[in-house]
Design a protein around this ligand. Structure first.
Ligand code: PLP
Length: 423
């Protein structure tokens, strides 16, 4: 019963520091560990130091300027897929080639913004060549998002599913047509992108993505004489939400990619060899964020419930995907986990639960619970259904001090778009 022992999930704070912190910052909040984010970013980049490499942080994972700034300082750019994300990246001081615009079903004004900022544009469909040309003009450098369909053998996974069932990207055949068309329209420089996995922990699937892309790059080189400037392997590298899971060995992954690169791409003998990029979100910040919440109520009916002051508005993944997030009851780490609870929020939705049938130590009203791995796709996914307000975000700095990097929403924020005067 490894989970009961809570062996592999550590915390950068203890009960007394957090209790003190909640005197200044009321729960619920997400708190991010800056030093751990920096250390991890360095390790990630070091794994790919055998090649000119750029990692673009998927802004949607944690769209907070402080986090983006920290990553920028570590040499990480931004992967944007909406107007808001482009504006955020711009306001954080990221420029041009430090930003990739990897959107789908894209409106014209977003393409215009992307062109204005001079970011690298990655098209999700062949029809968008003409659309972009008409609405914003074609850039000199263009990338296409490839959906390799059934050449990825795996069964896909629960978030993105099998590639053929996913709405993203161009088919293999369209890829060739798209580059040819763009060439005809005067585009001279090219990149290629894919994103076919999500929260993937299986090394084989991650490496296979690179293999499919490299094979395709070689074919493009032979058939259309296109020398890709970069191949963007996308995001989707998983993290061990469950204490029994192992993290992806970044160094081993990068080494396998290197071997494939040397086998498939180097023999092409390009004058300017293809560089590599990734646009990971989750694996960059996910494990270094924590949702801290206090127990408001206990309820014993057909099952035992623990009600938190946080809800699906603060963290949607368990409710949306049935995703596992580990929970630590602070100060009771060593107490036997022999009580079974559903840990819930207060939304009028029965799936507003952080955990179902979870073995935990005995919980009392007022206990502080830490929900792990909320550093990516946590606060960002929050929503206002039921008029729930989204929480604040805190940054635990390397010197141990804590800074609020986003305040909690207020009722005024929630009502800001309403017109009471006309009522
Ligand atoms: C969501 C997304 C990512 C990041 O995914 P992670 O699972 O956070 O690594 C990268 N690229 C695109 C296009 C995405 O939609």
């Amino acid at each position: 019963m490894k989970e009961e022992m809570d062996v592999s999930k550590t915390l950068p704070f203890d009960l007394s520091t957090l209790e003190k912190l909640t005197q200044t910052f009321e729960t619920p909040f997400h708190i991010y560990d800056e030093q751990a984010i920096r250390d991890n970013a360095r390790r990630f980049l070091r794994a790919f130091d055998w090649i000119p490499f750029k990692q673009y942080f998927a802004v949607k994972a944690t769209p907070n300027p402080y986090i983006m700034k920290i990553l920028k300082e570590e040499g990480i750019g931004a992967d944007c897929s909406s107007m808001a994300e482009l504006v955020l990246a711009d306001r954080v001081g990221l420029t041009g080639a430090e930003i990739v615009f990897s959107s789908n079903n894209t409106p014209a004004d977003e393409y215009r913004k992307a062109r204005e900022l001079g970011v690298t544009i990655n098209l999700d469909d062949i029809s968008h060549i003409d659309f972009l040309d008409r609405e914003a003009g074609l850039p000199e450098l263009l990338s296409f998002r490839c959906n390799p369909g059934s050449c990825i053998r795996g069964k896909g996974n629960t978030i993105i599913g099998a590639p053929e069932e996913a709405k993203f990207g161009l088919t293999r055949d369209q890829i060739f047509q798209a580059y040819a068309l763009a060439q005809k329209k005067g585009v001279e420089r090219f990149g290629m992108h894919t994103m076919v996995v999500s929260n993937e922990l299986d090394m084989e699937n991650l490496v296979q993505t690179a293999q499919v892309m490299f094979d395709l790059a070689a074919e493009l080189s032979h058939k259309l004489s296109i020398c890709l400037e970069f191949i963007n392997l996308g995001g989707g590298v998983g993290i061990p939400y469950h204490p029994e899971q192992q993290p992806v060995n970044l160094e081993k992954w990068a080494e396998s990619v290197q071997r494939l690169y040397e086998k498939i791409l180097l023999p092409l003998g390009m004058k300017n060899p293809t560089t590599l990029a990734t646009e990971c979100g989750r694996v960059i910040t996910g494990p270094y964020g924590y949702l801290v919440s206090r127990v408001l109520h206990k309820k014993a009916i057909y099952k035992d419930y623990v009600g938190l002051d946080a809800s699906m508005a603060d963290l949607m993944r368990p409710g949306l995907y049935g995703a596992y997030h580990h929970i630590t009851v602070l100060g009771k780490e060593e107490v036997p986990h022999d009580f079974c609870y559903d840990v819930t929020g207060g939304l009028c939705e029965n799936n507003d639960k952080f955990a179902t049938d979870r073995m935990l130590p005995p919980i009392e009203v007022g206990d502080l619970l830490v929900i792990h791995d909320t550093g990516a796709h946590g606060q960002a996914m929050g929503f206002n259904y039921n008029g729930k307000l989204r929480p604040k975000e805190l940054l635990l700095k390397p010197d141990g001090s804590v800074q609020m990097i986003r305040r909690a929403e207020t009722l005024e924020d929630l009502f800001a778009t309403l017109d009471f005067k006309g009522v």
